[in-house]
Design a protein around this ligand. Structure first.
Ligand SMILES: [Zn+2]
Length: 247
């Protein structure tokens, strides 16, 4: 199994690696597996990274347009090119599109802060979410949501971001994770039986969730958010949309 650096160090943006396998892929977009990578393969509402593979030996480079999990490995999907993919055993530099990744980390942490505030202040459970770099949405079981409440939520989230809460990554044995009452609300009990280790993201003092994504280390790095919209998806289910504002 290749080393998957994004889970332990979200700030790793570049690494040297060897090509382990190359698959022709669908539609001429080759899939490359490396012995280590900084790419996030997507999941939990966070899109996969984009970036570059660079072969120092001859200066050739390939654009990675997406990444995904394939048989436990992280596969890098290359932009199709006439010259063909790198070869097995090639030594490559692996570079993230860092501006995009950092925007996704800030957005993801902002969404967790939103979840934390909505739970703490209104007892509403999150049911889903999605994001792009710089904006995202979350769905809640939140029957009583109103425009006034949404304004108050925006203010409360910005206060929490501004105080500079530390964001911690922990990996816990399943039984230990299940003993944490806060994790139940994010439906940790829906995780497949086979998973023995549960990765959690904690915004210290505000939010704790089982999560596979990449986050900033402190809420101050997020800056501020603005609520850009909210809507009903039914009597109980409500959606809140946010965007990052540069501080
Ligand atoms: Zn998350």
């Amino acid at each position: 199994m290749g080393e998957q650096l994004c889970y332990a160090d979200a700030y790793a943006r570049s690494v040297e690696a060897l090509v382990v396998s190359v698959d022709a892929g669908d539609g001429g977009a080759p899939l490359v597996v490396l012995d280590r990578t900084v790419f996030y393969p997507g999941g939990g509402g966070q899109p996969s990274d984009r970036g570059l593979l660079l072969r120092a030996a001859d200066g050739r480079s390939w654009t990675v347009r997406a990444a995904r999990k394939a048989g436990g490995e992280i596969a890098h999907e290359l932009e199709p090119s006439d010259d063909g993919p790198p070869g097995v055993g090639d030594r490559l530099e692996v570079d993230l599109d860092w501006a995009r990744r950092l925007a996704l980390m800030r957005t993801h942490t902002a969404l967790h802060a939103l979840c934390g505030v909505v739970w703490r202040d209104h007892g509403a459970l999150v049911t889903g979410g999605n994001m792009e770099p710089g904006s995202g949405r979350m769905d809640f079981e939140f029957e009583r949501m109103t425009g006034d409440l949404v304004d108050a939520i925006e203010d409360a989230v910005n206060r929490e971001l501004h105080v500079g809460r530390e964001v911690r990554v922990n990996v816990l044995p399943r039984a230990e994770a299940f003993a944490i009452p806060d994790l139940i609300r994010t439906k940790v009990n829906l995780l497949p039986e086979g998973i023995e280790q549960i990765r959690t993201i904690e915004i210290v003092g505000l939010d704790l969730q089982a999560d596979g994504g990449t986050h900033v280390a402190n809420t101050r790095e997020v800056g501020r958010i603005r609520v850009t919209g909210y809507e009903s998806k039914g009597r109980i289910n409500k959606r809140i949309r946010i965007a990052l504002e540069d501080a």
